[in-house]
Design a protein around this ligand. Structure first.
Ligand code: FPP
Length: 260
């Protein structure tokens, strides 16, 4: 009996917490300017339904659309989505091929709406190694949206945080060797400018879905002072209410950047 009461209480308070996370309420607080998301759990979502893993990725693509729409409506300035890591090449060829076709399908379906909604598409990651058809789709979207000044939808594709840092260090070293850069000039700001995220400001909030609590080589430099939010929800199940809930949690946290 006691357990039943406890369960009821938990469910009840969870439900009433959810009710606070309306768009209207969230807009009363500070909106994170840059949200980064590790979209995890597509495979498990599919497995639970006895479907192939790629079905989970396809469902995840639809969630990308919905999340972009809401983030834009909330006035978020940038949304970086970890769509394919440098480690993901180790997956079976069929899955990799499918993931490489998703940007084309996504942009083929939704680009006109993104243009209409003033969304600007960008990509962070190594273009080398990506199939030409994937690059073509992404480059077209970047070109077609370059004059938009709403939400920046930044796809981290063929991206690895350590490789990004090494690449920046190499470029800086080459410039120093050539004499076009003085080593005294090297500071955090300059280093950031050599990263693939260049002018994008660091994420305020990192969300990872599916219950995994790790960074998986994602934005290692840029996430130094971000708020982290881990949720058990699998990415294909991530709905508007979960984004609102994540931002609500962010609004309750006090960011001190090392100060007091
Ligand atoms: C991780 O889940 C997810 C990925 C490696 C791919 C993420 C891609 C999408 C959500 C679609 C991207 C859409 C566009 C428009 C590019 P997992 O497969 O590792 O899940 P699991 O841990 O449950 O196996």
């Amino acid at each position: 009996m006691l357990n039943i009461l406890k369960n009821w209480k938990n469910q009840h308070s969870a439900a009433s917490n959810m009710e606070c996370y309306t768009k209207e309420n969230i807009l009363k607080g500070e909106i994170p300017e840059h949200i980064a998301i590790i979209m995890d759990g597509n495979g498990r979502w599919a497995k639970k339904r006895a479907m192939p893993r790629i079905a989970g990725h396809h469902e995840g693509m639809k969630v990308v659309r919905q999340t972009t729409k809401l983030a834009n409506e909330l006035g978020v300035k940038a949304l970086t989505l970890y769509a394919f890591s440098t480690e993901n090449w180790k997956r079976p060829k069929l899955e990799v091929d499918f993931l490489m076709k998703l940007p084309e399908e996504f942009l083929g379906t939704y680009l006109p709406e993104l243009v209409e909604e003033n969304v600007r598409v960008r990509m962070t990651g190594d273009r080398e190694g990506l199939p030409p058809h994937t690059i073509r789709a992404v480059e077209k979207a970047i070109r077609d949206t370059e004059n938009n000044d709403g939400l920046i939808l930044n796809f981290a594709l063929n991206y690895g945080g350590r490789a990004e840092i090494v690449r920046a260090a190499k470029k800086i070293a080459e410039e120093a060797k050539k004499g076009t850069l003085n080593t005294e000039e090297i500071d955090e700001k300059l280093f950031s400018d050599y990263l693939m995220t260049e002018t994008l400001q660091d994420p305020d909030l990192l969300i990872r879905t599916s219950g995994e609590i790790r960074l998986s080589n994602f934005m290692l430099w840029q996430l130094a002072y971000s708020e982290f939010l881990f949720t058990d929800v699998l990415w294909p199940d991530f709905k508007d209410v979960h984004l609102l809930q994540a931002i609500g949690e962010y609004q309750r946290r006090g960011r001190r950047f090392g100060g007091i």
